[in-house]
Design a protein around this ligand. Structure first.
Ligand code: SAH
Length: 218
């Protein structure tokens, strides 16, 4: 089992300070970045890059998001402890761990079998873990556990999946990067059964959210 160390903790502190300078102000989110060991979510050969603000390959042609992106999406969720949160795109599991550290009840969905298996194995011995990880197509959400207080999509979507809007509680918030080459970070708040309020933020670059008609590597 790989370990955390004081050196890693120091690097996380520096990273959190850097994210604060770039505009992340939520103290709990910064605390989560300072606490959750991002290097453990990466292949050992890439560990040295863990506390730089960059995306890093995690296998199956996917990447762990930039720490800034993780922090920004988490801040936009405006979490309260015990909220039920659906994450689309488990990937390395890092975002799930950050949400779990913040005491969210996390349901995470991953569509690449290899990554799903790796994450399941990883979380079997890790402290801050989601309540459930499912190997499934996140485009459809997770209807059997809906509705959710919050939904966060960690891959770029061509459009907002209708199933995700339907699975949001009234008063709930969906954070989703929308666009093809580049994505605008989009926050959708459900105000009523048919009433949604959208706020659009700046540009990001995510791996694509694949729908069920696109190829999956098994
Ligand atoms: N939250 C992850 C980010 C991983 S990148 C982390 O912290 O590491 C985005 C992930 O979304 C990839 O693992 C990709 O396989 C997954 N993905 C893409 N389309 C998906 C879909 N339709 N359903 C579920 N997961 C999907």
């Amino acid at each position: 089992m790989r370990k955390d160390s004081l050196k890693h903790k120091g690097l996380r502190n520096q990273l959190a300070n850097q994210l604060e300078t770039r505009g992340i102000h939520n103290e709990s989110v910064l605390e989560a970045i300072r606490t959750v060991p991002r290097h453990l979510f990466l292949d050992k050969t890439l560990e040295a890059y863990a506390y730089e603000d960059r995306a890093i390959p995690i296998g199956a042609e996917q990447t762990i998001s930039h720490p800034y992106t993780v922090a920004f999406q988490t801040e936009l969720l405006e979490l309260q402890p015990k909220m039920k949160v659906l994450e689309i795109g488990t990937g390395s599991g890092y975002q799930s761990a950050i949400l779990s550290y913040l005491e969210a009840e996390v349901y995470s969905v991953e569509r690449q079998l290899e990554l799903f298996r790796k994450a399941e194995m990883f979380f079997s011995t890790f402290r801050w873990k989601p309540k459930l990880i499912r190997y499934a197509d996140g485009y459809k959400g997770l209807p059997e556990f809906a509705p959710f207080d919050r939904i966060v999509v960690t891959a770029g979507a061509k459009e907002v999946p209708k199933a995700l809007l339907a699975q949001l509680k009234i008063g709930g918030i969906l954070v989703i990067p929308v666009g093809e080459e580049q994505q605008k970070m989009t926050v959708i708040e459900r105000k009523g059964s048919k009433e949604f309020h959208k706020t659009v933020y700046g540009d990001f670059q995510f791996v694509p959210l694949l729908n069920s008609t696109e190829g999956v590597k098994r």
